[in-house]
Structure formats: structure tokens, C-alpha cells
Design a protein around this ligand. Sequence first.
Ligand code: GAL
Length: 651
Amino acid sequence: MKLGVCYYPEHWSEDLWEQDAAEMVETGIEWVRIGEFAWSRYEPNPGEYHWDWLKRSLDILGNAGLKVVLGTPTATPPKWLMDQHPEIIASDEDGQPRGFGSRRHYCFSSQIYREHCKRIVTEMAQEFGDHPAVAAWQTDNEYGCHETIISYSVAARDAFRQWCAERFNDDIQALNQAWGNVFWSMEYRSFDEIELPNLTVTEANPAHKLDFWRFSSDQVVSYNKLQTDILREHSPGRELIHNYMGNFTDFNHHDVSADLDIASWDSYPLGFLDQSNASETEKLQWMRTGHPDFAAFHHDLYRGTGNGRMWVMEQQPGPVNWAPHNPSPLNGMVRFWTWEAFAHGAEVVSYFRWRQAPFAQEQMHSALKRPDNSADIALSEATTTASEIKELATSSPTQPHKEVALVFDYESDWSLRVQPQGDNYGSLEWAMSLYGACRSCGLNIDILSPQADLDAYKVIVLANQQLESDALLTSLKHSDAQIIIGPRSFSKTQQYQIPSNLAPGVLQSLIPLKAARVESLNDAWSDTVEPNSSTVNGTLRIKKWREFIETDLKPQFTSDDGWGFLYQNNNIYYINGCMDQYSLDQLFMQLLSQNESLQLSPCPNGLRQQKLGQWQFFFNYGPEEQLLPSHRQTILGEHKLAQGQLAIVKR
Ligand code: GAL
């Protein structure tokens, strides 16, 4: 458990550098990330490298005892490069080139850009690969930020044609068949005829879109690997990291992480909430704390993509600048978020940023220090956290405890987005609701891919697995965990077609039922279902999505119109509809309490828990005071938790 900070020496006079480094150390900070946007200062003119200032900065930071994460600057190609090669630029869905003057203005498919990335990363890695202060590298910055995964450029089209030829073994009829191109005479005679799925008169073929999405994700993977190969060669022994984003699924993070050592993400709980589709009531309720499950969900998701290793590379320090509204966090929240990240296995939490910039796009984004160099509130919270970590360091915990595996599939997220069949159904939102329902039972959750090893878990929940998955089917067949299958599971083949035996396809070998018809429903509509078995109770409110099931199994609930809901076959449950959060929480509490291998510990009103080694964390997001059992010995904090307070107790 270490603290870090993001720092931009190129934004400040060199006179400040020594003092900055000394103050970071005084705060208890051990890691500093620098350099990820400074290409115009590394190479102000083509081939003219200015490494002297970066060396001075690394020396100062290293001499102060700080470890550096050095960023490759490829999120911000400089003006001269864009003028030399305008074809580097990405194109939007209207086919329009995007402009210079902010960041991320490149297309992942541009071969020319890849050559320049190779060049600048190699130069940098040769120059600083063995600098004693450089302990890690960050590749690029936030792949996909500002909608930059998918590009409809000529470079992307050409690369996509090649990708398709490889995927379909040069057999264009195989592609036509997989995509169903006979429909509307969309058949191609050769891979050179393939178009990108934009600018069509009406909806493009969803199978075409899904494969374009898979291609676009693969482009990110190979682009990242191009950098990691160079860094591994010239800077051996350093950790390789990328900083992922919140609420973002546009590429397969497992595939990118396969070439990295650690997955990190950028946590802005208030910004993400304000920017989200949450209701106005929810936004107001959590506006100074963030939603109680949002940060935790991402910690667990990225810990899963990082094979157990996760950092927060950027932690919100105060008001940000980029959401529709940018409120100030409750005092204490920066410390609270930091501890919550540690509870979920973060190795480092790094604040964004050291000092607020008085210029350019992010001048309204707060930091640990204000633009006049005085301390902002977060600085003292970071100092407090650092001293708490120091005190507790002797009893350092291990990995979070394994209880629930929530299976989240990136490709299914795309397949559900290419043809949603209901505009209010969000795969990520639904996954977060399921996560919230498990978490309200006080359980630890790992968010894993369908390929993951699910052996150690007591509960497996399929969050969004629309696409059939052989690997997952095999794991489920061999598991004696409680298995909860969500709606729409296995309802499409990998090629985006309806399975020959209808949904849930091959899962019918685990639970004998068929979704004969589905309906998506306006948000204003809802229906209630009542229990008709003794193992369940209470009324549930169904919303957004219903599936009409044909089966000999008896439904556990029924609605007024005779619709049956929730089916069980031994340890397998099938949920054939969506619910509001309250109902989902109630249902999970009932289902999981039937599982004798679990010990539930219900979380009322914004209280959240996490078990890590011998520690049990309690976080109070809610406005009401929470009392922890007085016989439990606290290691940090009090038994009485006001909003924004946390405690660690011994398990
Ligand atoms: C992140 C980004 C940072 C900074 C920050 C502001 O998305 O990586 O460079 O822009 O947001 O909150």
C-alpha cells in the first residue's frame, strides 16, 4: 500500500522541482508518474531530441528517494508530426478527420504513426531504461479516452480488410455466411470489397459491427504491445502499466493487460457519477461521495484484468473540470477513496495531480496543491493516509478473499451495444447492478472474464454473457458453485446469430429451458411478480426486459399476466428479466442466503464492506451513522461511522 502522485515538471519553473520532490516525500508519497504528454518537449523538431530536462527531473526525483512511472508520450503527437503526416489522424463516424489541438488525435491503425511511436519509445527507453529512478513505465495514456478506439479512417478500413481475411482464412464465403450477408444483398466477392460499418443508410449489419469492434480492440492490443516489446528490451525489470478508465468497455482490457505487469485505472468517483445515466435523485444522493459501488466495481474489474495486480494511477483529489457539474467531495473522501482502493487490492494509489495548472484545458481541475503552490485539502488527507499506512504496515494483508465471481465479457458488451433491442438496457449498468446486489450481502466479488478459472468461487454470476462461450460452459459444467445466469445469456453465437436451439443456447444442457420470446420495455413501464414457492418471498419489480420461457421447470414467481419469473435446476438459477435495484438486492439476499458455504453480512444504507486477509473494512457512504459491533477490535477508525468514514476491524 503506497501513495503516488501525477506530476508535470514541464509545466513548472525548474526552480520549484527540488522543493516539489522534498514536499512529496514529506507527504509520504513514494511514486511519481511523469512524462506522458511531453512529446513536444522531448522532440520539438523532427529528430531533435531534448532529453536533458527530463534527466534533470528524474535525477531530482530519484535523489529525493521517489520512484518514477515514466509515461510514453504517444497520446499527444506534436503538431509538426501531424502536419508531416495528416493521415495519422483518426476519423469519426461521419468519416470526418478529427482535429489537432487537444490529445489522442491518432488512429490506432496508422502504420506511419506506429513507426513514429516505435521511434520515440525506443529513443526514450534507450535514454532512460536503466535510470535508477525509473521503476515503471506507463504506455500512452487512457486508451479510448474521448471516444478514440473506433476510427473510420482509410488506414482502419485497409487493416480491417486484412483482419477479416485472417479471421475467415481468406474465404469470403465463410464471412458472408457468418455475417448473414445474403440478407439485403450485402454479399462481398472479395475481402477488398469490405466497407466499414458507418455511413450506411440504415443500421449496418450487427455481425459486421461486432467484428469491426473486435478488430478495433485487437488494434489497441497490438499498438500497446509494440510499446511493451521495446520497453521490455531496453528497460528490463521495470513494471509495465497502462491507466484504464472508469465506465469504459470499448476494448478488451484482458487482452491489453496480457502484455502488461499491472492494470491501473483512473478513479474519479464524482465526475463519473455526474456524467452517468444515474437518476437525478441518485446524483444528488451521492454527489459528494460518489456512488457506493462505482469505485469498488472498477477496482475489482481491473484487479481481474491485471491478474491480481492493480493500481489507481489517478485518484480524484477534489472538484474535476470535465463533468457537466463538478462538485467538491465531502471532507475526508480523498482518504476514504484511497483506503477503499487498498481494501480492494490496490498496490499504489496515485493522486491526480500534484499542483493545479493555472493554464490550458484543465485549469479548473483541483490537485493536492493549488496553482499558487499553497496546500489544497487533499494534501492533508494524503498526509494522514500515508501516516496511517505506515502504522499499519506491519500487519499487511494479502489478496481479497474469494467468494463471488461476476463474469463480465467485453465482447458481449459490444454485442449488446451493436444491437441493443431496447435503448435503456446497458450491459455495464446491469453488471454494476448485479455487483451492487452481491455487495449489499457483504460479499467480496472478483470480476472475471469467461476464460478465467472459476474453481475457487462459491457463487458464479453471469453478468452480461450474451455470446456463447465454450470456455465458460466448461467451467460451469465442472462447478458446484451456486450459478446465477442473467437474462440474455448465451443468446447469440460467436458470429452474432441466434443459436439453433434458441437462447440460452448450449446452457440448456445445464438448465432445461428456452427463451421463446423476449420483450424490451419502456422505462416508464414496470410490473410486479409474486412468489409461488416457499423458498422465496416478497414482491419484485420487473423493468426493461422480460423473457418468456418454455420449460417443464416451475417458475418461482408469477406476474398478473401469468408470466413466470426465475427458474432453478439444482445449483443453477436462470433470471429471465431485469429488475430495479431494490428488487435485485432483495432477490440476491434470498438466493445467496440459501448458499450454506457463505456467511452473509447485510450492508444497510450505503455501508460497504470488504475482506482482505485478516482485515475487514467498513466504509460508510450513506448519510446515516453506522455502528459496528462493539466486540470487534478496530485496527483503524472508530465503531461509530459517520458519512465518509471508514474502519478496519480484525476478522
Ligand atoms: C484523465 C487523464 C488525465 C487528466 C484527468 C483529469 O482522464 O488521464 O490526463 O486529463 O483525466 O481528470
